[in-house]
Write a protein that binds this ligand. Structure first.
Ligand code: HEM
Length: 299
């Protein structure tokens, strides 16, 4: 992460260039909404005309109104604020993944996407062997698909919390299942890193950036109802969930996979961050896509 002075300098520069976005104010004071915020308990599944994505995290945040409930017009400032308010996601993570997300929009440089743009198959983030979605080969690759999810949950049988070794085995079992049944199965570096990242995301968002221990009932609420488990006792992590904390867990999950060699690649703690830059076509393109925000958060 750059020093706050450098960040401010970049913010002023980007602001002077585009004349619109006040990056400095946007990035200051981010964090979870207070405990009495009505959105924690204001849960509404999507209605007619609302759109959702293959991502249980974004869908849950939309169902609570932390991001637009209709699932449309997701700009970066809106996502940075909403993901911080609802899950204490750090701005670096949100900028990196949203930059990639913009690539799935019909007009990536317009600065916004709709949640249903994200189901574009095999690009930029979507992939086979999801934890709770079908592979695109079988049809709908964006809605919750219980059969696959039960494969994951079986690994947690008898446990009340997640742990890194079990999460890693559950994730890799989904890879093996898809590889067996899907003749168009696609799984390389991008897919491996992003799918490890998604396992890190459900663990950290439902617990904290370090312990690896999220309550299973919280995790089930996130996936099965796309609901924040506030009424079950969950509270957003006190510490922000960052690209680095997720990258560290991606590395731990990779090391914990007893079959990491067949994955055919080497993963380090920086791989997660690097994968977002790579999928965008490099840090310069990411900076253009994000209106300078990626530079401001140290990417
Ligand atoms: C702007 C921010 C985000 C974008 C653009 C995004 C995008 C996506 C996309 C496209 C997928 C589908 C990948 C696949 O094919 O399985 C996905 C999956 C996933 N996302 Fe997000 N996501 C974002 C934020 C979050 C957050 C904050 C969480 C926290 C819980 C999260 C958790 C997950 C999980 C757990 C999956 C895996 C679903 C599965 O394998 O069934 N995401 N995300």
């Amino acid at each position: 992460m750059r020093s706050s002075l450098t960040t401010l300098a970049y913010a002023l520069l980007a602001n002077a260039v585009n004349g619109q976005l006040d990056i400095g104010s946007l990035l200051s004071g981010l964090g979870p909404a207070p405990a009495d915020d009505p959105r924690w308990t204001d849960f509404h599944p999507p209605g007619t005309g609302d759109v959702r994505s293959p991502c249980p995290g974004l869908n849950a945040l939309a169902n609570h109104g932390f991001i637009h409930h209709d699932g449309k017009n997701m700009t970066l400032p809106h996502l940075i604020e909403g993901l911080a308010a609802g899950m204490n996601m750090g701005a670096d993570f949100t900028v990196a993944i949203s930059g990639a997300g913009l690539l799935s929009s019909p007009d990536p440089f317009a600065g916004a996407f709709d949640l249903n743009d994200l189901d574009m198959h095999n690009f930029p983030i979507e992939h086979d062997a999801s934890l709770s979605r079908q592979d695109a080969y079988f049809g709908n690759d964006y809605s919750f698909y219980n059969d696959n999810w039960q494969q994951v949950l079986n690994f947690y049988d008898g446990k009340t919390t997640t742990d890194v070794p079990t999460a890693s085995r559950a994730k890799y079992a989904r890879v093996n299942d898809s590889m067996t049944i899907n003749p168009t199965f696609t799984y390389g570096t991008r897919e491996a890193i992003f799918s490890y990242g998604e396992t890190a995301l459900y663990i950290q968002s439902m617990s904290d950036p370090a312990s690896g221990m999220a309550q299973i009932d919280y995790v089930r609420s996130l996936f099965e109802q796309e609901k924040l488990p506030f009424e079950l006792g969950w509270r957003p992590s006190a510490a922000p969930i960052t690209l680095q904390s997720l990258g560290n867990m991606v590395f731990e999950l990779f090391l914990a996979n007893p079959q990491n060699v067949p994955e055919g690649l080497t993963i380090t703690a920086n791989s997660y961050k690097d994968a977002f830059e790579a999928v965008a076509g490099g840090s310069n393109i990411l900076a253009n896509l994000t209106d300078g925000l990626s530079t401001s958060v140290g990417l």
